[in-house]
Design a protein around this ligand. Structure first.
Ligand code: MEZ
Length: 560
């Protein structure tokens, strides 16, 4: 079992008892800042401005995203949207935010369609393990929740969005519980609360280590009982507009038939999630297959401002051994109940409950300075001392509280109760995104957005558990705002795309690929003009453009 690291494992085991009683090493603010500036991937200058769209020449984007923002649409030139579906509200995205919006709209009397590129529930929501935050106890308050999140977000959070998030926290937990979500409880029936990095009091509710899966389970079941029409395997490839800046529907790609489907809607809610599958700088990701930043591309083309999209979250404890689990999440809650982070010498070098970005920087530094543990598959990481949890909290704690992790690693012969795990930061969350107001409305009439696709709420570093709360609060809020302000139906055209294409023609080096990417490895998108019977592609040029470039392996480079 991990014999290749025997020496290092012995050092970890030898120092365990003594470490259990020692306080964590503390960093000064200057030291934290230095870790970010020198080692965090956001700070290494792997970004640039783009030459087209509302943020042209101003905001910086990661190189991989910048290329997509400067890409043409896969919708063939000359395609005219003959309307196939007419609805009141079109929700794009089948994760937690989309489902919460659909549920909220269910009683409104409005006709609602939800289109998702995979199946309902296939989304980053189900990948969230450790929990959801809400201020529920006498020792806590929504103000305290606000303060922790604001400090964690480096003060770059939109204060109004954050106020709404924190104030609607307790009510959201009640809503989810009433839907049937089984949050862990103490013996006396109160909710069991865990700490999270950057939280000043225990505030994180969990369902063991599959909190997002449990939340998605109840949301999905509830949505299936509503009249919402679900369009699975329908990817949004373009937004439709009225020619004067109002969003009036979308073009979807029906993967089964290969056809483009045009939907006319009075309101569109974008809930397409994040972009971890862009695997910035070659990092592995904890994200779902569908997280390719589609919503950012669609909204940007129509003129929505994107904010803080140069800020991503690298979750400090992504698995880095065995190879099959590379990038998968090992929840922060494991650290919250005592697992320490150690270098190859078995030394603890950081407080594990410091905010995620600083901890990620510290781990990257250890590896870069040859204090990491190399794996047989040319990665390197640091130890997460999971057996220490058993020592501190008693035997069987891991199996009781983290069955998902036990199951995942046991398949590869590793028992986390006996063996430390190897971890390295994994691309986990898109901190920024589409600018919205406190009601989820974007810069454009007719277009709302909720969840990870939006920016501002989390500033430039999100705290654990605030994303599951985000999708619940803002999915519902966007739907409520739609009910209040839904515009009259307008013409559905591709004028916005035409204008964007004119802008693309003027730039010197437009990207040779098409966007949205839809899947991490570009599939050959065979479009057939809506209503035609032939299965042949009508857009040969765009097929060539969707070639995917393999990212470099950051570990190879850093380990030199
Ligand atoms: O909010 C998250 O990112 C989360 C709950 C992650 C985790 O470590 O479990």
């Amino acid at each position: 079992m991990m014999d290749w690291a025997q020496d290092s494992l012995e050092k970890v085991a030898l120092s365990r008892q003594a470490r259990a009683e020692q306080p964590p090493p503390k960093l000064t603010d200057e030291e934290s800042e230095a870790l970010l500036n020198e080692f965090h991937p956001d700070y290494l200058g792997m970004e640039r401005t783009v030459n087209v769209g509302p943020n042209a020449g101003t905001q910086k984007f990661p190189l991989e995203l910048a290329e997509l923002l400067e890409s043409d649409s896969p919708v063939p030139q000359g395609f005219e949207p003959a309307i196939d579906i007419t609805t009141d509200v079109l929700i794009l995205g089948g994760g937690g935010a989309g489902a919460a919006a659909a549920l909220t709209l269910a009683e409104s009397g409005l006709n609602v369609h939800l289109a998702t590129k995979l199946r309902l529930g296939d989304a980053n929501t189900v990948m969230a393990e450790g929990g959801i935050q809400a201020a529920l106890t006498d020792q806590d308050s929504t103000r305290r929740h606000f303060a922790d999140s604001y400090v964690g977000g480096h003060g770059n959070n939109d204060p109004e969005l954050l106020r709404v998030l924190c104030e609607y926290g307790p009510e959201s937990i009640l809503w989810l519980s009433r839907l049937g979500c089984l949050f862990d409880q103490n013996e006396d029936g109160t909710f069991r609360l865990r700490r999270g990095g950057g939280t000043s009091v225990p505030r994180v509710l969990a369902c063991r280590d599959y909190t997002g899966l449990e939340i998605m389970r109840v949301l999905k079941d509830a949505v299936l009982l509503t009249p919402t029409k679900i369009l699975e395997n329908h990817s949004a490839v373009e937004l439709l507009d009225d020619g004067e800046g109002q969003i009036t529907g979308a073009v979807l790609w029906d993967r089964a038939s290969g056809k483009l489907v045009s939907v006319s809607a009075r309101a569109v809610i974008l809930a397409t999630g994040g972009s971890g599958q862009l695997r910035l700088q070659g990092f592995p990701t904890s994200n779902h297959l569908g997280a390719t930043g589609d919503g950012l591309i669609l909204a940007y083309r129509q003129g929505c401002q994107l904010i803080h999209t140069d800020s991503y979250q690298y979750h400090p404890s992504g698995s880095c051994y065995p190879e099959a689990l590379a990038g998968q999440l090992v929840t922060e809650s494991i650290r919250a109940i005592g697992a320490q982070v150690l270098n190859v010498h078995g030394e603890r070098f950081i407080d594990e409950m410091i905010t995620r970005d600083v901890l990620a920087g510290a781990i990257i530094k250890e590896v870069a300075q040859n204090r990491g543990v190399p794996t047989p598959t040319h990665r390197a990481g640091v130890w997460l001392d999971t057996p220490l949890i058993e020592l501190i909290n008693g035997e069987g704690t891991l199996r009781r509280q983290f069955p998902g992790i036990i199951h995942r690693f046991e398949r590869y012969g590793i028992d986390p109760a006996k063996h430390p795990l190897l971890v390295y930061p994994t691309l986990h969350y898109q901190n920024g995104g589409i600018r919205i107001d406190a009601f989820g409305q974007t810069d454009l009439q007719g277009l709302w957005a909720a969840g990870e696709v939006t920016g501002g709420l989390h500033g430039t570093n999100r705290l654990m558990g605030n994303s599951l709360l985000d999708i619940t609060v803002f999915g519902r809020r966007a739907a409520e705002s739609v009910m209040e302000k839904i515009p009259e139906r307008q013409e559905a055209t591709l004028v916005g795309l035409k204008k964007f294409r004119e802008g693309l023609h003027e730039i010197q080096h437009p990207s040779p690929r098409t966007a949205p990417l839809l899947f991490p490895v570009a599939s050959k998108m065979k479009f057939q003009l809506s209503g035609e019977a032939s299965g042949e592609s009508t857009n040969e040029a765009s097929e060539e453009k969707t070639q995917f470039r393999e990212p470099p392996d950051p570990f190879g480079r850093r380990m030199g």
